[in-house]
Design a protein around this ligand. Structure first.
Ligand SMILES: C[S@@+](CC[C@H](N)C(=O)[O-])C[C@H]1O[C@@H](n2cnc3c(N)ncnc32)[C@H](O)[C@@H]1O
Length: 215
């Protein structure tokens, strides 16, 4: 799966994407992440990318020209849909993340800053708008990382055990419910013991216990 991420702050992504599972997935060519600095596309002599909103109001907006040129340039290499991360979008869920992973080989993620982006970019070039929750962050970079991570877990081979994404909270196998409690060694910690049934080796009983403890 290819991700092209359009942002004013490409450096923000390096530590997250260059560690652990997502790093290994890139090393194994399961994931291909390209970062694009929107500011580089600004035709303004000072590389300005924001301006005041028509109609007044607080804050600045990202101007359309750098965004338009950046998206058009990226679209030459990535034929996937353009997704704008915004609190006004549809809520990112397990089902949506899974669907994006199953139905696309590539995605383009657009990160807003300031009070957001000029509406004409949304009208002209954006295919989907996604929110990671009902709160407002300072930029779309964290939402893009959250989205890329959630989608990547559904790409075959990214997780050590391919089945794990299908057995986690919200999965069909758990009936859309949240996972049961987990325990590891030691069997006793700070006076709290791992439930006897989980140590019994009786898989039917363990399964029953886990089903009962779904949230
Ligand atoms: C300060 S926010 C703009 C908020 C916008 N004025 C509003 O009221 O909906 C700046 C950028 O951060 C990103 N962002 C903030 N919160 C988000 C969320 N919950 N989900 C997705 N993106 C978010 C978006 O890209 C947004 O354009």
């Amino acid at each position: 799966m290819r991700f092209d991420i359009l942002t004013l702050f490409p450096e923000m992504f390096s530590s997250y994407f260059n560690e652990s599972i997502l790093k290994r997935a890139q090393d194994e060519s399961l994931l291909d992440i390209h970062l694009h600095d929107i500011r580089k596309f600004s035709k303004n002599k000072h590389k300005k990318v924001d301006d005041t909103p028509y109609g007044g109001g607080a804050g600045m907006l990202m101007t359309p020209q750098p965004l338009y040129d950046c998206i058009v340039s990226v679209k030459k290499k990535n034929k996937g849909p353009v997704i704008f991360m915004t609190p006004q979008g549809s809520k990112l869920t397990h089902t949506r993340a899974r669907r994006f992973a199953r139905t696309n080989d590539s995605l383009i993620l657009l990160c807003g800053r300031y009070e957001g982006i000029d509406q004409r970019i949304r009208d002209l070039l954006v295919d989907y708008e996604l929110s990671i929750g009902d709160y407002v962050l300072t930029g779309g970079e964290l939402p893009a990382m959250v989205f890329a991570d959630a989608v990547s877990r559904f790409i075959p081979g990214v997780l050590g055990d391919d089945d794990s994404a299908e057995e986690d909270s919200f999965s069909r196998r758990l009936g859309g419910r949240k996972e049961y409690p987990h325990y590891t060694k030691p069997a006793k910690f700070k006076g709290l013991e791992v439930p006897e049934v989980l140590r019994s080796g009786n898989h039917a009983k363990i399964e029953k216990w886990r089903k009962k403890h779904l949230k």
